[in-house]
Design a protein around this ligand. Sequence first.
Ligand code: 1HN
Length: 347
Amino acid sequence: MDHAIQKTPEREAFYRKIDGENLSALWTVMGDLITPQPKSPCRPHLWSFDLIRAYMMEAGKLITAKEAERRVLILENPGLKGQSKITTSLYAGVQLVMPGEVAPAHRHSQSALRFILEGKGAHTAVDGERTDMEPGDFVITPSMAWHDHGNETDEPMFWLDGLDIPMVQFFDASFAEGLGADEQPLSRPPGDSYARYGHNLLPVDLKRNSKTSPVFNYPYVRTREALEQARKHNEWDPCHGLKLRYTNPVTGDFAMPTIGTFAQLLPKGFKTARYRSTDATVFAPIEGRGRSRIGEETFTWGPRDIFVVPSWQWVTHEADEDAVLFSFSDRPVHQKLDLFREDRGNA
Ligand code: 1HN
């Protein structure tokens, strides 16, 4: 499958001739189509939050959230420049909402997650309900849900956006529209979704078509509590430390249909065994400092930095302090399509 096909003048002439008829010879490209293992142009990379923050404050003077619609700096994978991709299938950016600003209401097929990095008390509204946000919160905007953001605090608010834009693009399934108003009408009080669906109880005759979790804010206090409780059992996974998956309480599946999200505790001094998987993954530490070795490169991280591990690259993490890492990937899609593979080394 990997052997090079000899070029001859007759073959080259044949290829040119059939190209005119919109035909091409499989044997010239087969090795690039069917690789023995994942071979991605996606590269390991780390973005320092301090650097992003400084540029975002500069962007804050250049354009309002309203004019920009969303004031975001895209995290462009260095191997995928100009494509607005952090991995082959996912988009990521850092968004800034300044005090007093609004990001106007719109909706689209693409699903979005927010992972809050800095600021406390700015809000997002999703499908008629507002939620206040604080660092470490994981907030979901489902496909085709109206959403707008606002900051009524006196501090800038920063969060990481993760969207399935490249996936939707691949399937040519993008629809989008603006509401024509800054803010959508509110139909439910803040906390309503969490009260209804966030307590291991569901309405007895609940029928839902959506594949996205009805809980749209997974607050960091709850996540931190779950990790802290679980650590008491000292059941550390050699590859992951203590790693939890955010779930949709209605289905038990991932919280979002296209993006898997995770929260992970690495205690001080823990060094993970090497691990690789087919789902290229974006990591955002929220507490603690450490280092990750990805392929041949080592990246040093602290709170709010963002780094990306491409498909099938070996990764190890090492924590210098108790560390909590949020991460997201396209794992739900790999698993549903029977494409997911992981390799735990010898662990
Ligand atoms: C979007 O709707 C948001 O709502 C952020 O905050 C980033 C990037 C591309 C397309 C839509 C948001 C986005 C986006």
